[in-house]
Ligand binder design. Sequence first.
Ligand code: MRU
Length: 352
Amino acid sequence: MSTPEFHAIAPISWSDEHDCLLLLDQTLLPDEETWLHCRQVEDVAAAIKRLSVRGAPAIGVSAAYGLVVGLHGASDDDFRRRFDETSETLGATRPTAVNLRWALEKGREVFEAHADEGVEACRAKLLEWAKDLQSRDVQTNRTMGDNGAHLFQEGDRVLTHCNAGALATAGYGTAVGVIASAFREGRLGQVWVDETRPLLQGARLTAWEMEKLGIPYRLVTDSSVGALMSRGLVDRVVVGADRVAANGDAANKIGTYTVAVLANRHGVPFYVAAPRSTIDPRTPTGNEIPIEIRDSDEVTAFGGHRVSPRETEAMNFAFDVTPNELIAGIITEVGVLEAPYEESIRRALAMD
Ligand code: MRU
């Protein structure tokens, strides 16, 4: 078996030479690998909004670099105001992924610790922190991958929804990281990749990653999951999350809840893979998780062509919430958390 090049997919990069953030434009994948050069905070915010960069940890890391981008050209007199505005602009991009708020709050701590050193020194400290956050995210995902791979039995056929891969993080991925680790350990049979309507993160992005990693997979429509499970063709499910509430309820891409209900009906273990930065102790249950509602056009059109009558208004929830009782375990970098989640989450967040 050839060893896949796990570091090959890294969707976020900082250019010291050009003093700007480089983002792989995921809206163009799998056909084109084009890098966006973000020189202003508006570039970063627009890239997050239109999903050029997406996935909870990748949004967090991009926002961290966005704080650095936002201070470009600021003077010692106005850099605090500039920092506040930058943070506000980034914070308003997408509501569900808590990694965004998490990164902005951590960034503010770095800012406050170095603000009295002047804009250049403070910006340099923020850049150092953002780079560290990026590399720690990859390390976290690798550890999470190892923790989750132990759950697999040889030949397991695993289903995943959306893209929780390297593209959705700084590298390696969460759910796809677990799948990649299981593959490396020779435990994986095959991956079922949900296409993930309406924006096809599964078909466009997860399938692209499977190709790059050489992992055997089959693409299925979202509506095939029940048929697959009723035929005994799925051994486990692993998905990512945008926010895990304090009680273990988990928000992820729309359609995840449907998969979880079907998994429960068919006795298939359903796992969520998420780093601790995705767990939000300030959100008590899934009912309080803000759910992004996106443009109607994403549903009424397909590949740029309208598919429904001109007058049609769609309801486009970007995420849904899977209640904790449907989750067999939450795979984190500090181990696999089990019910009762209030307790296991509290313990996990208290660890160093
Ligand atoms: O709308 P997206 O593409 O940002 O949604 C992404 C997901 O739902 C992912 O599963 C989640 O962010 C976890 S990423 C490791």
